[in-house]
Design a protein around this ligand. Structure first.
Ligand SMILES: O=P(O)(O)OC[C@H]1O[C@](O)(CO)[C@@H](O)[C@@H]1O
Length: 260
């Protein structure tokens, strides 16, 4: 794992956007695994700005998002389809068809999960998988106790995850109870994994992910088994890392080589 520690959330998001942009400059037709969540909003804003200024072209890449809520159609404002339209496709002038997500409104969610897994494989596989981190250690919607060998499938959301995501839903609106998510095995098959976590509320999960045992208790700890995982943190999210000095010696100021 490469652990890159940046001073603040903005610098961390900028570093992640730069890594994505450099990947696309090296390989414009790259297949990107994409993520949602509040942490990703500044990443997409920076990527869009780079696309608008001509530093990177997004129109040849293919995206596969990590997950979608079961029961929400793409037009639902809290669906991850809507998130990706709002934060990437619309501002970058991208054809939304380039961004694949599982259909939350599929009549058979299990069949939709299997279709999605097959579509990722048929694309040639994911070159760079972007990931956020749940405060409980989840990646995608792989909640604690997820099999570390799991494929894309339907998962029941943890109470803490539903409570954390309630901020995106209106008053009285119920957060869905299930999601279709890429599995841990799906994520580990990506050629590179790139996780961004910012804020003190993620520090415990970051420490468990990087320095804890590889365990289904913290699904993100499976990234310790990935041969090319880069973890980008701000200082607050890195605060509970025991080996922080070492990471900062290896990657001063969070510098790292190009992933492409
Ligand atoms: O960036 P946030 O909003 O803290 O979310 C962290 C993670 O949790 C999720 O929102 C799911 O709960 C993921 O999409 C994201 O990676």
């Amino acid at each position: 794992m490469k652990i890159l520690i940046l001073p603040d959330p903005d610098a961390a998001a900028a570093r992640v956007a730069d890594i994505i942009a450099r990947t696309l400059v090296a390989r414009p037709e790259a297949v990107l695994g994409l993520a949602t969540g509040g942490t990703m909003e500044p990443v997409y804003a920076r990527l869009v700005a780079q696309a608008r200024s001509g530093q990177v072209a997004l129109d040849r890449m293919t995206g596969f998002n990590l997950d979608e809520y079961v029961g929400l159609p793409p037009r639902h404002p809290q669906s991850y389809h809507a998130f990706m339209r709002a934060h990437l496709a619309a501002p970058a002038g991208l054809d939304p068809a380039r961004l694949n997500l599982p259909r939350g409104d599929a009549p058979d969610a299990a069949a939709e999960a299997a279709r999605y897994e097959a579509a990722i494989a048929a694309s040639g596989g994911i070159d760079l998988q972007l990931l956020g981190l749940g405060a409980n250690g989840h990646i995608g919607f792989n909640e604690p106790s997820s099999s570390l060998a799991s494929p894309t499938r339907v998962k029941t959301l943890n109470h803490a995850t539903r409570a954390a995501n309630a901020r995106f839903f209106g008053p009285g609106e119920e957060v869905p109870r299930h999601a279709i998510t890429m599995g841990i095995a799906t994520i580990l098959r990506a050629r590179h994994a790139l996780l961004l976590a910012t804020g003190a509320h993620k520090a415990q999960a970051v420490a468990a992910m990087v320095e804890g045992p590889v365990s289904a208790r913290c699904p993100a700890s499976a990234l310790q088994m990935h041969p090319a995982a880069t973890i980008v943190l701000d200082a607050a999210a890195a605060a509970k890392l025991e080996l922080r000095d070492y990471y900062e010696t290896v990657h001063p100021e969070g510098r790292e080589p190009c992933l492409a």
